[in-house]
Design a binder for this molecule. Structure first.
Ligand SMILES: Cc1cc2nc3c(=O)[nH]c(=O)nc-3n(C[C@H](O)[C@H](O)[C@H](O)COP(=O)(O)O)c2cc1C
Length: 189
C-alpha cells in the first residue's frame, strides 16, 4: 500500500513527531511505501480563494503542494498528525488542508471520483494537546473530518492525547505510544 503521513508540528523531536514515528513503526517498509511530509519544511502558500480550481479541480498555485496533491491521489492510507494550537490544528496543517479545496471542487462540484481499489482509502488522525480540555481535540477532529471526506477518505480513526505539553513529554504518557503503534498496525491490516 501507499501510505502518506503529514507531520504538522513545527517542533522537531516534539510530541507529534514522536507519536507519529511510533505509529509508523507498525508499518513494514518492505511491504508498504511510506512517504512523510514535514509540513513545517514544505513551502506552500495558503489558499487564496481565487476560484481557480472551481471548474477544473486543479489548483492554479504552482508550488510544493503539487507533490502533495500527487501523493494524496495515489495514497491508500493517510496519517494526519498535528499538535493542538489555539483549539485547532496547527497553521502548518491547516494551510495544507485549505489547499485541498481543489479536491473538494473535484468531488462536490465536478462530481469526479477516482478509484480507491484494491485497498480502499482510510485515514488516521493523531492529535496532541497540552491542555486538559478536549475542546482542541473536538475542533481538530471536525476540521480533519472535512479534510478526509474532501480527499475521498471515507473513514478514519482518531487518537487524541491531552495534557502533553513539554517537548518530548509524550514518552511519559502511559498509553500513547502503544495506542499509536496499534493504530498504525490496524491501518494496514
Ligand atoms: C501557539 C500554541 C498554541 C497552543 N494552543 C493549545 C490549545 O489550544 N490546546 C491545547 O491543548 N494545547 C495547546 N498548545 C500546546 C501544544 O498543543 C502542546 O505543547 C503539544 O504537545 C505540542 O506538540 P509538539 O511537541 O508536537 O509541537 C499550544 C501550543 C502552542 C505553541
Amino acid at each position: 500500500m501507499n501510505i502518506i503521513a503529514f507531520n504538522g508540528s513545527p517542533r522537531a523531536g516534539g510530541n507529534t513527531e514522536l507519536l507519529l514515528s511510533e505509529t509508523l513503526k507498525a508499518i513494514d517498509p518492505d511491504l508498504h511505501r511510506i512517504q512523510l511530509f514535514r509540513l513545517n519544511q514544505v513551502d506552500i502558500k495558503p489558499c487564496q480563494n481565487c476560484g481557480g480550481c472551481d471548474d477544473t479541480g486543479i489548483c492554479v498555485i504552482k508550488d510544493a503542494m503539487d507533490d502533495i496533491y500527487e501523493a494524496i491521489r495515489l495514497a491508500d492510507r493517510i496519517v494526519l498528525a498535528s499538535p493542538i494550537f489555539f483549539f485547532g490544528l496547527s497553521a502548518q496543517t491547516k494551510i495544507m488542508i485549505d489547499r485541498c479545496q481543489a479536491f473538494w471542487c473535484e468531488k462536490y462540484l465536478l462530481k469526479k471520483t477516482y478509484t480507491s481499489e484494491p485497498h480502499g482509502r482510510k485515514g488516521l488522525l493523531l492529535l496532541v494537546g497540552g491542555m486538559k480540555s478536549d475542546t482542541g481535540i473536538r475542533c481538530g477532529e471536525a476540521t480533519a473530518r472535512a479534510f478526509f471526506r474532501s480527499i475521498s477518505v471515507p473513514e478514519h480513526e482518531t487518537l487524541g492525547f491531552l495534557n502533553v505539553d513539554a517537548k518530548g513529554s509524550i514518552v511519559d504518557h502511559p498509553t500513547a505510544f502503544q495506542q499509536g503503534f496499534e493504530a498504525g498496525a490496524r491501518l494496514v491490516k
